[in-house]
Structures are given as C-alpha cells and as structure tokens.
Ligand binder design. Structure first.
Ligand code: A5P
Length: 237
C-alpha cells in the first residue's frame, strides 16, 4: 500500500481525541502517522491526553514525541489501532502481524470506543483470505500447542525473527501464524482456539468497532460507521 493511504487517515483519526481523554495507542505503520498527528496537535493546540501504548515500539514513539504515556489500569475513553484484515460490513478484524495482538486486544476490549485506521488494501470480503490468524502462545510446550491447533484445522507456523530464531512478543511469548482453508464460524473458532491451554490470545478481533477510517492510495479518506448505521459509502463496494 502507498504511503498516501496510510498518511491520509492520520488527521481524521487524531481529530477523535479530545482534551483529557485516555486513549489506547495501537501499533504499526498506519498508527505511526496517527501518533505523529496527535503530537502535532499537542504542540499546535495544546491538546493534552494520556496514551496507553499497545507495544514497546509505540511506547518509545509516543514518549519520543513528548506524549504522556500511562499504564493500562482503567477502562479507556477511546482506542485507535491498525489492522491486517478488516471484513467489509461486519468490521471483524485480523490483527497481530506486527506481533502486538495480545496487548492490542486487552486495550481494545477495555476501551469504550474502538476505532480502526487502515489502507483500503486491508478490506476483505471474508476474514482469513489473505492473512493467517496470529495466535500468541506460551513458550512452554509450544510445539504441542501447535499440534492441538492443527487438530482444529489450522496450519500453524512458528513466527521467526529476522535472525531466524523464534520471534518473541513484548510479553515474552511465541506466535503461531495459523492459516485456515476456510473459516465458517469465527466465534466458534475463537472459542476453540482460546480453549487450548497454551493459547494466550488470538488475532481474531470480534469485538464491536465504532468506525473504520479507510485511506485510499490517492489520499482520499472514507469514514465508515458501524454496519447497522452505515449510510455513507457502499460497504459492498
Ligand atoms: C500489530 O500487531 C498489528 O495488529 C497491526 O495493527 C497491524 O499489523 C497494522 O500494521 P500496519 O498499519 O503497519 O499495516
């Protein structure tokens, strides 16, 4: 995806943050633009808010820009995050290709409003068509956990870092990227995955999304509301 699509979402997303809010700050390259825009608003308008970062990378970025970073101790007013796949019309998500899925989900589930920013290339008709489902697992017994996930229909691959050793999440865990031939029932799959003892969290985000801010390659932006109230751009497009 072009830089334009990612950059375009920054201003409308940052505009959702009001004085004094607590805000979950997601991870990834799209969120970087949003966080930079928030820093610009802090500088230009004196906007003050407290951010809860979903990854060490986001924490370092936010702190480096002079933004206030706090711990996840209370429900949040708002969370803004990127996604790897966004299902058209349902706003169910796959997240975690950046490796921050568990903290991202804790933040998303604890926010009163959850907003997604994404380039239009992230929109899919069915989840799992392009991206595997990342599953964060306890390191102990991870090979046995992978076998149990395979028994549920997954093709799990242990994620490796650039040096060829297993990728380790900020929480100190491994990731199994689980491809599926087809996912018929997302809530049932989520329940089945979560029932495996070694599974700490999955990249299936089935919690309600308030709106999706979609950037196009030409720099235009669509703000899409929840499925039931959708009146703007055609969501079947
Ligand atoms: C991080 O774990 C992911 O869930 C990110 O939200 C996702 O990878 C989006 O990243 P980009 O904005 O870089 O595509």
């Amino acid at each position: 995806v072009t830089l334009g699509a990612r950059q375009a979402v920054a201003a409308p997303a940052a505009a959702l943050v009001a004085q004094g809010m607590t805000v979950g700050l997601g991870s990834g390259s799209t969120m970087r633009f949003v966080i930079e825009e928030l820093a610009a608003r802090a500088c230009d308008e004196g906007l003050r808010f407290a951010g809860v970062p979903t990854s060490e990378a986001t924490a370092a970025l936010a702190r480096g820009l002079g933004l206030k970073v706090i711990r996840m101790n209370h429900p949040l007013d708002l969370a803004i995050d990127g996604a790897d796949e966004v299902e058209r019309g349902t706003w169910r998500l796959i997240k975690g290709l950046g490796g921050a899925l568990l903290r991202e989900k804790i933040v998303a589930e604890s926010a009163r409003r959850f907003v997604i920013v994404a380039g239009e290339d992230k929109l899919v008709d069915r989840l799992g068509t392009r991206s595997p489902v990342p599953v964060e697992v306890e390191r102990f017994g991870h090979a046995v956990t992978a076998r149990r996930l395979a028994a549920l229909g997954a093709r799990p691959a242990l994620r490796l870092g650039v040096d060829g050793t297993p990728f380790v999440s900020d929480g100190g865990n491994y990731l199994l990227d689980c491809a599926f031939d087809a996912i018929d029932d997302l809530p049932a799959l989520e329940r089945a995955l979560r029932a495996v003892a070694g599974v700490l969290g999955t990249g299936l985000f089935l919690t309600p999304v308030e709106r999706v801010i979609v950037g196009a390659a030409d720099g235009t932006v669509s703000v899409l509301g929840p499925p039931e109230t959708l009146s703007g751009p055609d969501r079947s497009a």
